[in-house]
Design a protein around this ligand. Structure first.
Ligand code: ZN
Length: 236
């Protein structure tokens, strides 16, 4: 379950942690993302040039806000820094290692999902930050749902080849296939040992509050999903 706050969708799981600043924005968050982040005890927002890869970057105090990082996942353990991904049908995933206070933000479209971007992110958290998957809280955010995500046979075959048990997330539909990206990413999280998984049941194509590439076509804007640890002194 989740609720709206200033049009920013929040998760009940992550809301338990007062040290966190996080949210899943939609098209109604018209104010500049930097502005509201400044209000919440965060001094900079780090984002990526997203390339549908499985590349993960570790962010630290030296990472410039206007850095030119290319990849699809960010990991950070420093206070006062927010990390974010932009999506318009792809799946945003936010992670929090509550034991070591490490946050991660992941952009998982079908290409990134196929390349295992979520698994690579967990690998990074384990190797670089000693994260134990048992301590990780994860939220799979709004993205294109199984109601809407039709793919061609060639894409479906790639998933069938990569994942052995495809019963629950890939189904034939007319001459195409329906892919459930949230479910696939949930299964990948479980496989890595993460059991605390919240899935926000919103389809960005069905819900017009969200930008949707499939509904609106090329050139569509995208919504920010962000997570960070507040500065001790900042925020409320
Ligand atoms: Zn839908």
């Amino acid at each position: 379950m989740s609720k709206q706050s200033d049009n920013i969708l929040i998760s009940e799981q992550l809301s338990e942690y007062s040290e966190l600043v996080y949210g899943f924005c939609n098209r109604n968050n018209s104010y500049d993302s930097y502005c509201f982040i400044n209000l919440m005890g965060i001094s900079k927002l780090i984002k990526l040039k997203q390339i549908h890869s499985n590349i993960v970057h570790d962010v630290d105090c030296n990472t410039e806000q206007e850095s030119d990082l290319q990849g699809d996942a960010l990991v950070c353990g420093y206070r006062g820094i927010c990390i974010g991904v932009y999506t318009a049908d792809c799946i945003p995933i936010l992670l929090y290692d509550k034991q070591h206070c490490i946050v991660a933000a992941v952009h998982a479209g079908w290409r990134g999902t196929l390349k295992g971007v979520i698994s690579e992110t967990l690998k990074n958290m384990k190797l670089n930050h000693n994260s134990d998957p048992a301590d990780i809280v994860s939220v799979i955010g709004p993205g294109i749902g199984k109601c809407c995500f039709e793919v061609d046979k060639d894409v479906a075959i790639k998933f069938i080849e990569k994942f052995q048990e495809t019963d629950n997330f890939i189904n034939p539909y007319n001459s195409k296939f329906i892919l459930d990206l949230q479910h696939i990413n949930k299964e990948m999280l479980k496989k890595e040992g993460v059991n605390n998984i919240e899935v926000i049941d919103i389809c960005t194509k069905c819900d017009t509050n969200y930008y949707s590439y499939r509904r609106e076509g090329q050139g569509v804007e995208s919504q920010l999903s962000f997570i960070g640890l507040r500065n001790h002194s900042g925020g409320n």
